[in-house]
Design a protein around this ligand. Sequence first.
Ligand code: GTP
Ligand code: MG
Length: 555
Amino acid sequence: QRSISRHLSCAGTIAANFGSEEQPPGGAETGSEDKIPKKRFFEVQEERREQAQRTVLIHCPNNINEKKFLKYLSQHGPINNHFFYESFGLYAVVEFCQKDSVDSLQNGTHIPKQSAEPAIPFKSRFLNLKLKNSSNQIPEQLYAQKTNQSPPSSKKLFELLNCAESIDDQLNTLLKAFQLTEENVRLRHLTCSLIEDIAAAYFPGCVIRPFGSSVNTFGKLGCDLDMFLDLNEVGKFDVHKNAGNFLMEFQMKTVPSERIATQKILCVIGECLDNFGPGCVGVQKILNARCPLVRFSHQASGFQCDLTANNSIALKSSELLYIYGSLDSRVRALVFCVRCWARAHSLTSSIPGAWITNFSLTVMVIFFLQRRSPPILPTLDSLKSLADAEDRCILDGHNCTFVRDLNKIKPSGNTETLELLLKEFFEYFGNFAFNKNSINIRQGREQNKPDSSPLYIQNPFEMSLNISKNVSQSQLQKFVDLARDSAWILEQEDKGQPSPSSKQPWGLATLLLPPGTVYTSLSKKRKKPVSEKVKGLLESIKSSTTDSSKGTRGK
Ligand code: GTP
Ligand code: MG
């Protein structure tokens, strides 16, 4: 406990100027899962959405006086929360208590005076604050305090890991250093809300919902922002007005398929973002993909955004992962560690290709935790059996029903440590019969593979699909080799207490070192396969260390 709080203050991820007395709506999103009872996914999302609608994003001069800035904005109504961050300039996220205040602020906001290039007069909640007299100097202590929106550097991470007290402590440290902060979650929801304003120009009443790792409890600082345009909200609440013998419908154009409708909608929204969306740059319309999307950078927030439409199963998958991530505090720690490990060894990549994805890795961890004895996570079928009539959900003909109230799920009686689970994870998948078996979190059992894909992970809802169809045999082999090496490294770890003064990486730090650092620098003379090299290297370290060095860094 002591070392975790020490590391947190080192990492500096907790904002000092944040409204601390107020509990964030999404405890599980940011790792504060101790706050029970746990909220349902949609409650969290709705609260976040409403909060974002009362919020504005303001580009500020670097030498802004925080106090005066808040006083100036308070003319429009009381402010609930605010924070500053840096991303090619200084930005403020300001949440008012009431939505009216945003309207009032916008009413008092000017369209920029004609400069060198004419502006397109699109009025959004992304504003620019200018100082009338910019020469006024203020003392530095009055400058705005900035929150951090980036993941820690490798150097910082290794420092944090090296001063942890045990491998369990290292896993928790890694989670705390990488998980989305409260401010980052707010910024993600605000970005969706700003895009929603633009999309609503075409489709009034539409909703832009974040999904994927921004909301499923497995988001790492710096991860992309997946969002989808939900048009089902339009007219959803008007049903009761169609009483009696009449039913009123909108006149609409029709197209030959849902896919074409999605492509057309995304095409115009992509154009709109490109032409009028403040801060939206590098807009790419990737409409022929299996799941058509518009990809762009939201410059002010720094998020790489993927906008899809007609994608409610993906949102349901996010809800399922949210449940798994919130049930037991070990789940997120293990998933973060496995994701970081895979990234460090280039098993995953931001470029699409034959590599394993973070989504697949997460499902593999969930499956592994279902296989423990006693299980740490329930199967999807058992979550379905706990569902009541209100949980019933059929999407595109697929049964996506599962219990949504986290409080109805019994906690696991399993008390295994994170260190043991991590080692067993590597061992389990280092020896998994991938040639014959598939992974299936619905039943939590290995099953015969229905086709010859090297890695077969059944899609939890569209059960005839494989979420890792893209993974090549060589990428799978690389995963297996690294898993075996990592199991072996953890096996060698001594149970002794590491010394915080030790400079040498130990435990998790050893596993996360990218290839070419310690491993190759010490074993470069050998021309053996990677697994052999690592074993050789560790043997050589062991033999060159005397007994007195044991226990100095947990080795
Ligand atoms: P990051 O790598 O942190 O972005 O993780 P992510 O979970 O957000 O993954 P990604 O951005 O690639 O995909 C977003 C969401 O789309 C995932 O969380 C899944 O819900 C869904 N998804 C991604 N890949 C697949 C797939 O191959 N099949 C299905 N059914 N859903 C997928
Ligand atoms: Mg994502």
